[in-house]
Write a protein that binds this ligand. Structure first.
Ligand SMILES: Cc1cc2nc3c(=O)[nH]c(=O)nc-3n(C[C@H](O)[C@H](O)[C@H](O)COP(=O)(O)OP(=O)(O)OC[C@H]3O[C@@H](n4cnc5c(N)ncnc54)[C@H](O)[C@@H]3O)c2cc1C
Length: 458
């Protein structure tokens, strides 16, 4: 088929592409939007996420927090108008440590986050504290910012299931989780009501005439076709770099493989209303003497006796009667090429479950009789400083929405809202330059990159 036309063709119907279609068609009134994907919508990376969100991001500057606050504002608007079909909650992220020397670090992180706009810090050092735990469901009327808790009686009262030697907690409050599939489908339906066409097909070539976008060559079940269009959005997820090459643009992104594990907490070790819990201390995995001896003798497994990095985290998943618990631990990541189906470390589930017994000792009950675990995941597509790309590319009419790393479900609304401002030629928010590809041409930014520090990845 030839002769089809569009005002904008978006390649990729993951969360990024769906959000772009939604913000263009529904919120900016742009007509003639085509959303193209060779797979079913929201099926590659966007259905593998842990579906969590946070406005809790490091600097430099306030760009990440401002963008994320905007994204969360938009998700809250969508939750209100839809009767919260995607079950957005506001339980918070609870960082925990058993190291007294971490307390000041928690306070500093909370103050930094406050200075970027994440909300105020409340420190609870005494038992008379007015710490308010988060409700299990809903998001209205909740505090922002963070609570730093060091009073042992407050820790014990509200979080009796955490390790007894926990000495400090940092409860970041504008954080929680939601159903990413439901949110994505809700936006896709609204976009289609406003005329967005979702087409099946693989983008093979992007055509330019006189240096600007003129068409997209697509292959699919119906054969090859060309869609004439003056605008093309590259939202190809883990293939955003390859897609950039079709445009002759080298995008500074790479992929890392990330997994998550789900298991049934049939003993109810973790209460169903618990927040997301992140243990920030390094961890030594618990092994019996016999296991320890065995691992020590096996070259390939000996590292499992070493201290592992902090950051093991988990949360309950599903409604009140669901027994599911999710666990994630980024203990080793390497840049790699995205290949599907994705293969994971066969020991991942066991390592994560053993790691989670440090903050949640009750889970040790499962070590003698390991529960059935389900591991899945995909790729984080990242820039080196872990800030995504949203905006125009050097080819006129070409745009990118990618590099959304491990935070694309929570940020897609903000990132697509920004992209839609570029395309609809609206005034841009102050954080726009932080996500523009041309930031890498700025020598001051390049100098900053060399000493970047915390990338915000969990
Ligand atoms: C284990 C894990 C946990 C995560 N946890 C969270 C979390 O808690 N919170 C959060 O916010 N984010 C999380 N993420 C990140 C989030 O899932 C991603 O950032 C997000 O899904 C990226 O969306 P995307 O639309 O860019 O990519 P994708 O969902 O991969 O979509 C890209 C689409 O482009 C299509 N495509 C590519 N090339 C072509 C082509 N040539 N022609 C046609 N179509 C093409 C693909 O078929 C695909 O459908 C997690 C990710 C993983 C892997």
């Amino acid at each position: 088929m030839t002769g089809a036309t569009a005002e904008v063709v978006i390649c990729g119907a993951g969360m990024a592409g769906v959000a772009a279609a939604y913000h263009l068609a529904v919120r900016r009134g742009v007509s003639g939007v085509v959303l193209l994907d060779e797979r079913p919508a929201l099926s590659l990376t966007s259905d593998k996420s842990a579906e969590s969100y946070r406005n809790w991001w490091p600097g430099p500057g306030d760009a990440m927090v401002a963008l994320m606050n905007r994204s969360i504002d938009l998700m809250e608007e969508l939750a209100r108008e839809s009767g919260n079909v995607f079950l957005m909650n506001r339980r918070g992220y609870l960082f925990a440590t058993a190291r007294p020397d971490q307390l000041e670090r928690y306070v500093r992180a909370a103050e930094d986050a406050a200075s970027y706009g994440a909300g105020p810090v409340r420190v609870h050092r005494s038992s008379g504290s007015d710490y308010q735990p988060a409700p299990a469901a809903g998001f209205e009327g909740q505090p922002t910012g963070s609570d730093v808790i060091t009073d042992p009686s407050v820790i014990r009262r509200h979080f009796p299931y955490l390790a007894k030697d926990t000495v400090a907690l940092l409860h970041a409050r504008r954080c929680g989780w939601f159903s990413g599939q439901q949110l994505g489908m809700y936006m896709l339906e609204r976009a289609r009501e406003k005329g967005v066409r979702l087409l099946e097909g693989r983008v093979e070539r992007v055509e330019t005439t006189g240096g600007r976008i003129s068409g997209v060559a697509v292959s699919g079940r119906d054969g090859a076709r060309t869609i004439a269009t003056p605008r093309f959005v590259n939202a190809a997820g883990p293939f955003v770099k390859e897609m950039g090459r079709l445009l002759g643009v080298e995008l500074p992104v790479f992929c890392e493989r990330h997994a998550k594990v789900a298991f049934h907490d049939t003993l109810g070790v973790v209460p169903r209303q618990a927040p997301m819990m992140i243990w920030t201390d390094p961890v030594r995995l618990p092994w019996s003497d016999e296991e320890r001896a065995e691992l020590g003798e096996t070259e390939a497994l000996r590292h499992l006796l070493d201290e592992m990095p902090g950051g093991v985290h988990g949360r309950p998943e599903g409604g009140g009667d669901s027994p599911i618990m999710l666990g994630i631990w980024t203990y080793d990541v390497e840049p790699m090429e995205a290949r599907f189906p994705v293969e994971f470390d066969p020991a991942y589930a066991e390592i994560v479950l053993r790691g989670l017994t440090r903050p949640l000792p009750g889970l040790a009950a499962y070590l003698s009789r390991f529960p059935k675990c389900f591991v899945d995941g995909g790729y984080y597509t990242k820039t080196r400083e872990n800030r995504f790309l949203s905006g125009p590319l050097p080819v006129e009419g070409a745009y990118v929405l990618g590099g959304l790393s491990g935070y694309g479900m929570m940020s897609s609304n903000g990132a697509a809202d920004l992209l839609a401002d570029y395309i609809a030629e609206r005034p841009l928010p102050h954080y726009a330059p932080a996500f523009h590809l041309n930031r890498y041409q700025d020598p001051a930014y390049r100098a900053l990159l060399d000493n970047w520090g915390d990338s915000g990845q969990l």
